[in-house]
Design a protein around this ligand. Structure first.
Ligand code: SF4
Ligand code: FES
Length: 263
C-alpha cells in the first residue's frame, strides 16, 4: 500500500510546485533593465530548469507577452550556452552541473527564484538573460589552437608518447565548455580559470609546445584587452565551475607566462 502510493507519486509525477520567479528583463543592450515577477504553477520536480523556463515562456506567449530570452543549445551540459544566475549562483544551487542539467527537485513548492544574466563588463547584456560572450571567442582566436601539417606527412598522434598523468590533466582542462560561470562568480570578473584551462590543455601535450610561448602571451594579452579582472585567489570560480576545472590550471598558466617572458 505504502509502496503503491510512493510509486504512484513518482510515476504519475504528482510532486508539483507553484513558484514565484523574479526575472531580469531588458529589452536590449541600451535599454535599462528591471526585475519582473511571474508565477508558474504545476511544475514537476523532474523537469530541468530550462524546461521550467519553457513552461513560463509558453504561458507568456499564450497571454500575448514577450517570452524571456535565454541562451541554450545542447541541453546536456556540453555547449556552455545556458548561462544564468539562479538565486545568486552561476548555474544555480547544485554543484558540477550547468543550468540545463539543474533539476527542479533542487527547489520546493512555494519558493521564490531569482534569475539574472551573468554580470561582467566583458559580458554585456544583449537581451533579458542573454549576454555577449564573444570576448571568450576572441581569446580563443588569439591562441587557443595548434597548427598541424596537413600536407600528407602528418605525424600519427599515437606515435607521440604522453604520460598518463599529463594526458589525464590535459583532458580534464579540455572539459571546459566556455560557459563563463567562472567570470560571473568572481568578484573581479576574472577569466583566468577559463584561459588557464585553454592554455593547459595544450601546454601539457607535445603537440602544444611549438606555439606555447606565443599562445600564452597572446591569450593573456587578449584577456586583459577584453576587460576581465585579475585573479586574487578567492576560488569562487573553481566552486561554481560546472566542469570542476581546477585552480591548478591558473597556476600552470602563470608558470607558462613566466617561462614565455624569459625566452
Ligand atoms: S572554467 Fe568552468 S566555469 Fe569557466 S568557462 Fe570553463 S567550464 Fe565554465
Ligand atoms: S544548453 Fe548546452 S550546456 Fe546547457
Amino acid at each position: 500500500m505504502i509502496l503503491n502510493s510512493i510509486l504512484n507519486k513518482q510515476y504519475l509525477n504528482l510532486n508539483k510546485m507553484n513558484l514565484t520567479l523574479k526575472i531580469w528583463r531588458q529589452k536590449d543592450a541600451s535599454t535599462k533593465g528591471q526585475m519582473v515577477e511571474y508565477k508558474v504553477t504545476e511544475i514537476s520536480e523532474h523537469m530541468s530548469f530550462l524546461e521550467m523556463m519553457d513552461v513560463l515562456n509558453e504561458q507568456l506567449v499564450n497571454s500575448g507577452d514577450e517570452p524571456v530570452a535565454f541562451d541554450h543549445d545542447c541541453r546536456e551540459g556540453i555547449c556552455g550556452m545556458c548561462s544564468m544566475y539562479i538565486n545568486g549562483e552561476a548555474h544555480g544551487p547544485d554543484r558540477g552541473v550547468t543550468t540545463c542539467q539543474l533539476h527542479m527537485r533542487m527547489f520546493k513548492d512555494g519558493d521564490t527564484i531569482t534569475i539574472e544574466p551573468f554580470r561582467a563588463a566583458a559580458f554585456p547584456v544583449i537581451k533579458d538573460l542573454v549576454v555577449d560572450r564573444s570576448s571568450f571567442e576572441r581569446i580563443q582566436q588569439a591562441g587557443g589552437y595548434i597548427s598541424v601539417n596537413t600536407s600528407g606527412n602528418t605525424q600519427d598522434a599515437n606515435a607521440l608518447p604522453i604520460s598518463k598523468h599529463d594526458a589525464d590533466e590535459a583532458m580534464d582542462a579540455a572539459t571546459c565548455i566556455g560557459c563563463g560561470a567562472c567570470v560571473a562568480s568572481c568578484k573581479n570578473s576574472s577569466a583566468m580559470l577559463f584561459v588557464g584551462a585553454k592554455v593547459s590543455q595544450y601546454a601539457l601535450l607535445p603537440q602544444g609546445q611549438v606555439e606555447a610561448a606565443d599562445r600564452v602571451q597572446n591569450m593573456v594579452a587578449q584577456m586583459d584587452l577584453e576587460g576581465f579582472g585579475n585573479c586574487t585567489n578567492t576560488g569562487a570560480c573553481e566552486i561554481e565551475c560546472p566542469k570542476g576545472i581546477s585552480l591548478e590550471n591558473i597556476a600552470r598558466m602563470n608558470r607558462e607566462l613566466m617561462k614565455a617572458s624569459l625566452k
